[in-house]
Design a protein around this ligand. Structure first.
Ligand code: NAP
Length: 448
């Protein structure tokens, strides 16, 4: 019985080829390079209870106090020999060749490649794959490059917690995953070393999921702003021999364009879902991939929704500022003067009052529901909802927000759209253009 307990479950021949001795207590970790990344990493490792030895080409050049006292500073060979199994390569990839002399010392050890890509479109192998070619007897793991020195220093509470990791060695990956967890990070297994290319360019990307929605929103704004400028300012100026309404450019026109953009963008959130549903009905199956443009569109709905919320919120703030304008004061005094002059005692406009109350109420309610959608799109809030609750908020309440926004626009327009004066130069008012796509979305939704 005692013999059974001492016999390993796996015989040596059954153990995986890349298996390394399992380090039970926190094993010594080596870091090659004494630059910015090395310092922050050493700080974090020491704080996580790991023994760290830093390997430098010239230890004497490192000023005292640069690394925590607990960190041992050695030459590169000394540091590698101290490392039980993990060695971080905190040097730039162009200097990997200068470490070739350490090949035999690094054999069998896990080399963590923390380097970033130099540019977005890399041709040929990634830094990690090149490192694996240079050190064929070591187990190369890509990781930690998406973590900045600031995140390493401030701890996992403030910075991003995700650490993307990939390797062809399961054993090497396991060790790095263990260490990342010990440091308070969330390791994300990205698969084999071929994924390194993707991981290396990840820090170079600039809001990859936002660029499309931002461009669409900006183009919509340009369209409505330009259209409003032509219809309400430039053409009347040219036609009426110098009637100057250019003062409207700064506030009026912006506040006219923002709700139109908000409405169309909100409709664009729900349009691809309807299109996808029609496509599935037409194909007679849901087991076929959507075209990639539709896939992309579906994945950008959250960003479009948030941009719609931003435009609607800005429209709300702009509208609150309207009474503060000098032109409003001027108009108010002018109207009062004309009424006094005409002897009008109580100019009560029942319909006008109804109209303004209705469109304001629908607008405020629409913005309120839209805020709920925006809040629940935050991962911390969204994660507390189950799938049914999330669908109810994002789909059910989303359509309610869209309906309220359409009603806000229609009450604002009232019956003016039926008057010929609303079409100067044969151009309809922009709010009428803005409701076209949202109305199509609502009608299609009803059909579905
Ligand atoms: P760094 O401050 O310039 O440090 C690089 C270190 O490499 C030097 O201090 C040097 O240390 C060492 N080195 C070894 N061989 C070398 C050689 N032949 N020529 C020059 N230096 C050599 O750079 P770093 O910011 O720490 O970046 C190091 C790696 O981390 C890079 O691959 C980078 O992409 C990656 N990274 C950095 C950050 C960041 O925020 N800084 C974030 C993610 C990833 P010794 O003189 O002591 O040998």
């Amino acid at each position: 019985m005692v013999e059974d307990m001492t016999t390993p479950l796996l015989s040596d021949s059954e153990a995986p080829a890349d298996a390394l001795p399992v380090c039970l207590t926190s094993p010594t970790v080596a870091i090659l390079g004494s630059g910015d990344f090395s310092r922050s990493l050493a700080l974090r490792l020491v704080a996580s209870g790991v023994r760290v030895v830093v390997g430098s080409r010239c230890v004497n050049r490192i000023p005292s106090g640069l690394f925590p006292d607990a960190v041992e500073l050695r030459n590169q060979e000394g540091a590698v020999s101290q490392a039980v199994c993990l060695v971080f390569m905190a040097v730039f990839p162009e200097h990997y060749c200068s470490l070739l002399g350490l090949q035999s010392a690094l054999a069998g050890k896990v080399l963590v490649d923390v380097s970033n890509g130099a540019e977005m479109n890399i041709h040929g192998p990634s830094n990690a794959e090149r490192l694996a070619e240079l050190f064929p007897d070591s187990l190369v793991v890509k990781g930690f490059n998406t973590v900045s020195t600031w995140e390493l220093q401030t701890g996992a509470h403030d910075g991003s917690r995700q650490v993307m990791i990939c390797s062809n060695s399961t054993e090497g990956k396991k060790k790095v995953v263990q260490l990342a967890r010990q440091m308070g990070f969330h390791p994300v297994d990205m698969g084999g070393l071929s994924a390194a290319r993707e991981i290396e360019v990840a820090p170079l990307r600039l809001f990859p999921s936002w660029s499309g929605p931002v461009v669409v929103t900006f183009l919509l704004f340009l369209f409505f702003y330009g259209y409003g400028f032509l219809r309400g300012i430039l053409l009347p100026f040219l036609a009426q021999g110098g009637h100057n309404a250019f003062y409207r450019l700064a506030l009026d026109l912006v506040n006219e364009s923002l709700p139109a953009v908000a409405l169309v963008t909100l409709a664009l959130v729900y349009f691809p879902g309807l299109f996808a549903a029609w496509l599935q009905l037409w194909r007679g199956t849901k087991y076929q991939r959507f075209p990639s443009w539709l896939d992309n569109w579906l994945q950008r709905r959250k960003q479009l929704g948030l941009l719609s919320f931003l435009c609607a919120a800005l429209h709300g703030v702009y509208s609150l500022c309207l009474p503060l304008r000098r032109i409003t004061l001027h108009r108010l005094v002018n109207t009062a003067y004309r009424q006094v002059k005409a002897g009008t005692e109580e100019p009560w406009d029942e319909l006008g009052v109804w109209r303004s109350d209705l469109y304001l109420s629908c607008g405020v309610l629409g913005l309120g529901v839209l805020s709920l959608l925006a809040i629940t799109s935050l991962p911390t809030v969204g994660n507390t909802l189950n799938w049914r609750e999330f669908t109810f908020v994002q789909s059910g309440l989303g359509y309610i927000a869209l309906t309220l926004s359409i009603m806000h626009t229609l009450f604002f327009g009232w019956d003016f759209a039926f008057h010929i004066e609303a079409y100067p130069f044969y151009m309809p008012p922009s709010y009428l253009l803005a409701v076209v796509v949202p109305c199509i979305v609502l009608v299609c939704r009803c059909f579905l």
